[in-house]
Design a protein around this ligand. Structure first.
Ligand code: C2O
Length: 351
């Protein structure tokens, strides 16, 4: 049986981990909120997601303005589901266990560590992007992607490092501001690579990790995407293997967040989505899945209705609660977005 959306009337405290403890991140809406089924935005223009380090001035301004508006919503009405903090709380709810699975009262609903990871985050970004676009009245607005699979993109995009910008977040590792090079295998306390030689080495290791992830995962979706999970099953990292893409993604979270407990924002999932860079990071995670699918000729990863019929709930830009099915996430063009094509240095000689 596929995973289904939670009973909204039964939200409880979530677990923010060491140094945080129990947290309240429940949504401001409950089970009396009407739900509609998702409809493809067929008549809308296509949004083209571009690399964050290559944005034009005008694109940067739009992005900053949209995030400013989202932050303002939280100030004017903390319960507006489109606001910055409510949007961040959605991540806390499904990563830190604010809901049990329907019919299984002590089994938490969790969207990480499994084959749900990529589709759930795709939907999360889809609605987040639509909300941002609607806040600035632009339905071509597209989230940029943090192009960390190319050497020029393996540092924090400078738009996030400007302290005067709405894209800035003070809860980050300050020694990882640009031009510090990212390390997917970063462990807290590691020194920042400084010599040309060291930089080159870590860049190459990162590229190799991506390459290996595709090479091993192309024929075996569990390896790339994560293990199957079904209704009633415990979902955590001791019972499931995350996909190799999720593992790379964890490294970027850890590298971006500060290096001491409670590692918030980016290094702690309960707070990660408070940092606007989260969505830019996930835009690239999503893009990596998109590339993976294209490399496989768009062959469905799991012909299994427990995957295809898994369903989730999200608030849209009109404060309408929408039920989505995993199967409808598979083709971004239907969701009216795509990615600008850039070089793939990790794939250069073929996989
Ligand atoms: Cu829900 Cu980057 O994790």
């Amino acid at each position: 049986v596929p995973i289904s959306p939670p009973d909204l009337s039964k939200c409880h405290l979530a677990d923010g981990g060491d140094g945080v403890g129990k947290v309240q991140c429940c949504p401001p809406y409950g089970s009396d909120t009407p739900i509609v089924d998702y409809q493809f935005p067929s008549s809308k223009p296509l949004r083209v997601r571009r690399p964050a380090h290559l944005l034009e001035k005008e694109e940067i301004e739009k992005y900053k303005e949209a995030i400013t508006k989202m932050r303002e919503l939280t100030k004017t009405d903390p319960n507006d589901p489109r606001g910055w903090m409510q949007q961040a709380n959605v991540h806390c709810q499904f990563c830190n266990g604010a809901f049990d699975q329907v019919g299984f009262d002590s089994t938490l609903l969790q969207v990480h560590y499994s084959w749900l990871f990529l589709p759930w985050h795709r939907w999360y970004l889809h609605f987040y992007e639509r909300i941002l676009g609607s806040l600035i009245g632009d339905d071509t607005f597209a989230l940029p992607f943090w192009n960390w699979d190319t050497p020029d993109g393996m540092r924090m995009p400078s738009i996030f490092a400007d302290t005067a910008s709405s894209l800035y977040d003070e809860y980050r590792n300050l020694s990882h501001l640009p031009p510090a090079v990212m390390d997917f295998k970063y462990a807290y306390g590691d020194a920042v690579p400084s010599t040309d030689e060291e930089v080159k080495e870590v860049v190459n290791k990162n590229l190799l990790q991506i390459r290996t992830s595709y090479k091993e995962g192309l024929t075996l979706p569990e390896l790339f995407m994560g293990d199957p999970v079904r209704a009633g099953e415990t979902i955590d990292d001791s019972t499931n293997s995350s996909g190799s893409l999720e593992t790379i993604h964890n490294g970027v979270h850890q590298w971006t967040g500060p290096d001491s407990e409670p590692y918030m924002d980016m290094g702690n999932f309960y707070s990660a989505a408070r940092d606007p860079i989260f969505f830019c990071h996930h835009s690239n995670v999503d893009r990596m899945w998109h590339i993976y699918r294209a490399m496989r000729g768009h062959k469905t990863e799991f012909e299994d209705t427990d995957w295809l019929d898994a369903s989730f709930l999200f608030m849209d830009e009109n404060k309408q609660l929408v039920k989505v099915k995993l199967r409808d996430s598979l083709n971004p063009l239907k969701l009216k977005y795509t990615y600008e094509e850039v070089e793939l240095p990790w794939a250069e000689t073929g996989i």
